[in-house]
Design a protein around this ligand. Structure first.
Ligand SMILES: [Zn+2]
Length: 260
């Protein structure tokens, strides 16, 4: 059997790194055994930058979206994003990052959630119409609201990135055939380790959400896709399987989900 330890970063914010950092990461990818990066966008300018980056490096697989943990987009920006999706359908692998503002709501309990649900619905509608996977930022109770929407639109390809949530939501994701991705915090976070034990390996991807920084053994290190090697080791240990099997299954999951 061919021993393989190849990786795909299923969720990274490439445009949020400094130029030199991004260049260093791209230069390192081969050495780090990383074949592709699912590069999500935060808003219109971010989407344009990600598309531009992808033009010069075909390992960068772009997704267009509007991150929910910020003020709502105005109608002009939202329409421009929808047009961008339509005009770049061949270049994008997914719609995202989209979702609901869980953390923003912790600091602003009066935040109007309905406005965010409406924006999410526009993207979900678009994903259904153009048959693209959806990359979701939706945790805890937001994951339930999001699942309602996905089910209403018959979305079968939903990726709940850095998923956190109670067992009943995990069960719902499993039943719907949705996937989750885990960040390097699977190495040290009990909550994430529990979810990995519950979720079938076929529904797990790995990601960095870079440049988001991590603690534990990654304290003070720039978030880099090579950290996912430690994530895979942790997942294999939690699942009591051979580490090579974990690499191969997770790689295959990602290729299948994103049509790579
Ligand atoms: Zn993200």
């Amino acid at each position: 059997m061919q021993m393989t330890k190849r990786l795909i970063d299923a969720h990274i914010h490439l445009d949020m790194y400094e130029n030199e950092e991004r260049q260093a990461i791209l230069n390192d990818l081969e050495k780090a055994q990383v074949d592709a990066l699912i590069a999500v966008s935060n808003h219109l300018a971010s989407s344009r930058q990600i598309l531009k980056l992808a033009q010069s490096d075909n390992r960068i697989k772009p997704a267009i979206g509007y991150h929910p943990e910020q003020a709502l987009p105005n109608e002009l920006e939202l329409n421009a994003l929808m047009e961008l999706i339509d005009s770049r359908l061949r270049d994008i692998v997914a719609i995202g990052e989209v979702g609901l503002p869980y953390y923003l709501r912790q600091d602003n309990p009066d935040l109007d959630l309905q406005g965010y649900i409406d924006v999410l619905e526009r993207f979900v509608q678009k994903a259904a119409a153009c048959d693209k996977p959806v990359v979701l930022h939706a945790i805890y109770e937001d994951a339930d609201v999001t699942c309602d929407l996905m089910e209403n639109y018959g979305i079968t390809k939903a990726h709940f990135h850095w998923f956190k949530g109670e067992d009943h939501i995990v069960q719902r994701l499993i039943k719907n055939g949705y996937v989750i991705s885990v960040t390097p915090d699977v190495v040290y976070e009990n909550e994430i380790q529990h979810i990995v034990k519950e979720m079938p390996l076929k529904q797990i991807l790995v990601e960095t959400d870079g440049p988001w920084p991590f603690t534990g053994p990654f304290e003070e290190s720039m978030t880099h896709p090579d950290m996912m090697h430690q994530s895979i080791k942790a997942i294999a240990a939690l699942k009591h399987i051979d580490v090579i099997d974990a690499y191969e299954q997770i790689y295959e999951n990602t290729c299948q989900f994103y049509h790579l």
